[in-house]
Design a protein around this ligand. Structure first.
Ligand SMILES: [Cu+2]
Length: 341
């Protein structure tokens, strides 16, 4: 268009009709470049990236997150390619030549392009809205079954005695404190452990709370992240589908050792889980840890109980969040000094 003006053409009354003879069909050109690029990007995302998309496929929740990211990336790729392509095309094809000081032709409205613009952008937004809403609500999604009073709980039977191989819901209380996580299992006598073992293929209900400041429980490969706030019982669900290890990190800046606030968990077979949980329970029962711990509750008052702390740190490998909130006289021992994690 700038070339026409520079060549001395009269300013056309209607650019579309006047330039149709000389101007190439830019819209068609753009479409023919955009289409194969978009198809290639979609195929690369779906078959190249999606199989490796974090956080993996260890649980329903994790697989759902990987799927959501892949679908939204596939939705976004043609849009991003369209914008970048148009910018590059405009810079290359429509730039003014060095000796061209003339004005460009006047800009007119184009009803068909405007209508298409409104239709296409509306469809993209409506699709993102519908997909996002469905994924939040459907079982295992990120939005429904989380928070202090979940709206859509994960299906499972709540029983006092948990049995492997059934549809029993395993309850795990996650107790965060500066700077470690402790896990308490109410269906196993309220025993506590710094190890998070979980049964494969069975529903798990986390109750996440904190003894001191705000933390966040993030079991990365399981796709679970829940705020750990003092005086709050925050519920999150997961159903693991693969045996193996996962990482738990604190995901909320919670003090000087926040970066060291992590540990590891393991998804094991339901039978192996039961054996482990029972053995820890009986070990803590023999060591009189269970009777010394406060009764299981949804939240705890972080009262310092120095004597309890002493008793608990005597049991190697077993720690109690409620027992040694502050290490007191046990400072410096491997299990009693939280400032040296
Ligand atoms: Cu923390």
């Amino acid at each position: 268009m700038a070339q026409n003006a520079a060549a001395g053409d009269p300013v056309p009354a209607s650019p579309a009709s006047a330039s149709s003879g000389t101007e190439p069909r830019h819209g068609l050109r753009l479409l023919l470049i955009w289409l194969p690029l978009s198809v290639a990007a979609i195929l690369a995302i779906w078959f190249g990236l999606y199989p490796h998309m974090p956080p993996g496929r260890m649980s329903d929740a994790a697989a759902g997150q990987a799927f959501d990211i892949a679908v939204l990336a596939v939705t976004a790729a043609p849009v991003v390619i369209g914008i970048l392509l148009y910018m590059v095309y405009a810079v290359v094809v429509w730039r003014a030549r060095p000796d061209d000081d003339s004005d460009g032709p006047p800009i007119h409205g184009h009803t068909r392009i405007q209508a298409w613009w409104i239709i296409v952008t509306s469809l993209v937004v409506l699709w993102a809205f519908a997909f996002g809403t469905y994924q939040l609500v459907q079982p295992g999604g990120g939005g429904g079954g989380q928070g202090p009073s979940p709206i859509w709980p994960l299906r499972g039977t709540l029983t006092a005695a948990w049995t492997p191989g059934s549809n029993d819901m395993l309850q795990v209380q996650v107790i965060a404190q500066q700077w470690q996580f402790t896990y308490r299992f109410p269906q196993f006598g309220g025993m506590e452990s710094t190890r998070l073992n979980l049964p494969d293929d069975m529903p798990v209900e986390f109750h996440v709370t904190s003894l001191d400041v705000i933390h966040s429980f993030w079991a990365y490969q399981l796709g679970v992240k829940a705020d750990a706030n003092p005086k709050v019982d925050n519920v999150a669900y997961v159903k693991a589908h693969h045996l193996g290890g996962f990482t738990v990190r604190c995901s909320e800046l919670c003090g000087i050792w926040h970066g060291a606030m992590y540990n590891y968990g393991q998804v094991v077979t339901p039978a192996a889980f039961q054996t482990w949980a029972r053995s820890v329970e009986s070990q803590e029962h023999r060591a009189r840890v269970l009777s010394a711990l406060p009764p299981f509750a949804l939240t705890y008052d972080p009262t310092v109980i120095p004597q309890l702390g002493k008793d608990i740190v005597k049991v190697a490998g077993i720690t109690g969040a409620n027992g040694y909130y502050y290490p007191g006289p046990q400072a410096g021992t491997p299990h009693g000094d939280p400032v040296s994690p």
